[in-house]
Design a protein around this ligand. Structure first.
Ligand code: C2E
Ligand code: CA
Ligand code: CA
Length: 750
């Protein structure tokens, strides 16, 4: 569609003004034309009426003249017949005619057509007019001119004279019987002589005169009227043409304003009103500024608005249903699709599996490499997950590194290999912004209908299964079982029992020796906490430390551990044990608490323990959570003279730049690398790299979890400095540790 410029609109408004003026002029023209038309029409009616009246006058005058002539004829005939025949009927008829003419008797209807001779022999009298009117009066009413009337009255007067003569003749016949023949002869002579004929002719001449006069006059009048009517007819035709022309002009102008037919406009507007904004309204060229043009523009704008609205709704729907980062469905859409699938599963008795997946130590990756790497990982992970399932399965991101996978028609037997495939796909290294990362995930599975019938219940149970995988060391899958619920209950009871554990003295510390690989001398002892609860029994720190961290109890417990270990070490000085530091584990919560350096200083002072006999173990992932803060805290501890070791090294993705800034003393190579070191070349390579790195930075290395001689030998060959593990000793109670040190002194040194 052509877009209109401001100039177009200016032109349009000028055109609209002109159109307005043209419209009102047209309107007035139409009104005037109509008035003229109406007036001429009225005049025409009058004229044609006038002409009819003239015709009627002409007919009446003719009738009157005819009546006079006829009655005069009739009288002569009746009188003559009577005098010849002596038949009384003729005389009576004569008198009747006379009476009618004088207005003494009512006229027979259709008087002009009556032939008196046929009525004579006692025939039934025809119907009469209602009122007797003298002929002379009728003539006077007929509106003749004086001249005409004079002729008629003359004829009438002469006719009356003749009547007197006729009476005289008729009386002659009727009065005497003896001289009948003579009288009759005389009477006949009276009515047939030249004088009578002359009188009769004079009457007829007068009537003829009248008739000619009246005829000429009425004919002229009738002609005049007819001419007038014809003129009026012409005027009507002309004014009608004028009116039609003005109306046609108005219609033209109107259609220019409307741009199309009224019906079309009506249909278009009704369609827009019904909400059909998408049917285009074509506008003929040159009609852009008509109402149709305007309607077309309105339609186009409405269509654009409707499209934009639809797009906005789609966007909102997308935002409401999809995860922005990965583009996967979010929890809301999962909920919608789950409802649908569960309905289907229910009505068609089909199995369904729900997997709940969570990356292991995802936080470490975010802490170590930043959130943008973490985000990239999640996006790639989403792609891998989608790649493992069928297109009709739903993979949703629930938040953070949590994903749910909804699988229709999937039994436990089918879910198991799929879970393994998914975990294998995740364990493939991820190439992210110049980093190659290996991650693992934990996965919990719940089945419909065995474990629940709603998404909420299935999710909760899959989450419980996932929690168990995490607790059992992560990187794996578990199906939900009823017993897991009992474990959750145990978690609650652990949390509960933990609150009183310190006051009730249920904690104790055990110490695990650390030796030098080179010469077997004791180089340290790691303090490890033990908790024995009267009902729960032995509870592993792996189980209760996270609970203590969640509840905040870790601060008091950690302080107790620090103080107890320091006291123990102080005691061993008195007991004459050789000099070695005692290592205490620090929880992340403790490490990041601002009170830590103060507490450490206070405990050292209380126990008057030389600072270099206390070592603090900080896990790599805790140090990397906020590396800059960690640098500062480690600096403070270093200032106190306390040694710091990085625990579980190799799992927290330390960057070299930070390692350089951490003033640490020792790296503790994580047990997971030691476990398979004899079989796994990668693990050996990592251990070798760590030891070389440590040596270059002037740090010591210690391997944890050493269980076999073979492991010890491999570690030795890779230049690892120290070892800790069941091969040397399990963690020991203080007196056992004392005994271990005393008895093994010789062995170790040997
Ligand atoms: P960790 O700091 O890595 O401690 C080493 C763990 O490895 C200890 O488990 C120890 O008993 C175990 N271990 C030592 N040698 C071997 C071996 O040869 N083979 C095997 N399989 N394991 C070995 P434990 O005592 O159960 O402690 C588990 C974790 O609990 C510790 O891991 C530490 O993170 C935490 N923890 C223990 N005591 C404390 C404490 O006092 N404070 C804090 N914050 N955490 C503690
Ligand atoms: Ca440790
Ligand atoms: Ca460790």
């Amino acid at each position: 569609m052509r877009t209109l410029s401001p100039r177009d609109y200016k032109n349009a408004s000028m055109t609209a003004d002109r159109t307005d003026r043209g419209n009102s002029l047209n309107y007035w023209l139409a009104l005037v034309a109509f008035v003229i038309f109406a007036a001429t029409f009225t005049l025409y009616l009058q004229a044609s009426h006038e002409s009819e009246r003239a015709d009627e006058v002409r007919r009446r005058s003719f009738l009157l003249a005819e009546m006079l002539r006829q009655s005069s004829d009739d009288l002569t005939r009746m009188a003559r017949t009577y005098v010849v025949t002596g038949n009384q009927n003729y005389r009576r008829a004569y008198e009747e005619i006379l009476e009618v003419r004088e207005g003494k008797r009512a006229r027979l209807l259709n008087y002009q057509n009556i032939y008196w001779d046929l009525l004579l022999p006692g025939a039934e009298k025809a119907a009469t007019e209602r009122r007797p009117v003298p002929l002379i009066a009728m003539m006077r009413e007929a509106g003749f001119t004086e001249e005409e009337f004079a002729r008629l009255t003359r004829a009438k007067a002469e006719s009356d004279v003749l009547t007197a003569r006729e009476y005289a003749a008729m009386n002659l016949v009727g009065s005497s019987t003896r001289q009948a023949d003579t009288n009759r002869e005389r009477a006949i002579a009276m009515l047939y002589d030249a004088e009578y004929d002359a009188a009769k002719a004079s009457i007829m001449a007068a009537i003829g005169d009248f008739y000619r006069l009246a005829d000429a006059r009425t004919l002229a009048a009738a002609r005049q009227s007819a001419t007038n009517a014809a003129r009026m007819r012409l005027a009507i035709v002309l004014s009608g043409i004028l009116l039609l022309t003005v109306l046609a002009a108005m219609r033209l102008r109107m259609s220019a304003v409307l741009g199309g037919r009224v019906e079309e406009l009506h249909t278009r507007i009704a369609r827009l009103g019904r909400g059909d904004f998408f049917t285009a309204i074509p506008v003929p060229r040159g009609r852009e500024f008509s109402i149709l043009g305007w309607l077309s523009e309105t339609q186009a704008s409405l269509a654009t608005i409707a499209i934009q609205k639809q797009e906005a709704e789609d966007r909102i729907r997308h935002l409401a249903h999809f995860d922005l980062l990965t583009g996967l469905p979010n929890r809301a859409l999962l909920q919608e699709q789950a409802e649908e699938l569960l309905d289907k599963a229910k009505s068609e008795q089909r199995p369904l599996a729900l997997m709940f997946l969570d990356l292991d130590r995802f936080k470490n990756i975010n802490d170590a490499f930043g959130h943008s790497v973490g985000d990239d990982l999640l996006v790639m992970l989403a792609g891998r997950l989608r790649g493992q399932v069928r297109s009709r399965d739903t993979v949703a991101r629930l938040g953070g590194d949590e994903f749910a996978i909804l699988l229709l028609d999937t039994t436990a037997r089918q879910a198991e290999p799929l879970a393994r495939r998914i975990l294998a796909a995740i364990s493939e290294p991820f190439q992210l912004q110049n980093h190659e990362l290996s991650v693992s995930a934990s996965l919990g599975i719940a089945q419909y209908p065995a474990h629940g019938e709603t998404l909420d219940v299935l999710l909760r149970h899959a989450d419980t299964a996932l929690y168990h995988v995490k607790r059992e060391g992560r990187s794996g899958y578990r199906f939900y079982t009823g017993q897991m619920e009992a474990c959750t209950i145990r978690q609650l009871s652990v949390a509960n029992a933990l609150r009183h554990a310190l006051d009730e003295g249920q904690f104790r510390l055990v110490y695990q020796p650390q030796i030098s690989i080179k010469d077997g001398t004791l180089v340290g002892a790691e303090a490890l906490i033990r908790w024995t609860h009267p009902l729960l029994g032995e509870v592993s720190p792996v189980e209760f430390i996270p609970v203590a961290e969640d509840s905040g109890l870790i601060m008091q417990i950690g302080e107790w551990v620090l103080r107890t270990a320091a006291q123990q070490r102080r005691y061993w000085i008195h007991a004459g044990l050789p000099g070695f530091p005692v290592a205490v584990n620090l929880s992340g919560v403790q490490f990041h608490h601002p009170s830590l350096p103060g507490l450490v200083g206070k405990v050292l002072k209380e126990t008057s323990l030389p600072a270099d006999w206390l070592e603090l173990e900080l896990t790599e992932s805790v140090a990397m959570r906020d590396p800059d803060a960690a640098v500062a805290i480690i600096d403070q501890l270093h200032t106190l003279g306390v040694r710091v070791a990085i625990d579980d090294f190799g799992t927290g993705y330390s960057s070299l730049s930070y390692l350089k800034r951490f003033k640490v003393f020792k790296l503790k190579i994580d047990r997971s690398f030691v476990r398979d070191i004899c079989r796994d070349a990668d693990d050996r390579a990592i251990v070798g790299a760590v030891t070389r790195l440590a040596r270059s930075k002037g740090l010591r290395t210690i391997a944890e979890g050493v269980e076999t001689i073979d492991q010890m030998e491999v570690l030795a060959s890779h230049g690892c400095d120290e070892a800790q593990g069941y091969l040397i000793s399990k963690p020991l109670a203080p007196d056992q540790f004392e005994a271990f040190v005393k008895t093994s002194k010789a062995t170790l040194l040997a």
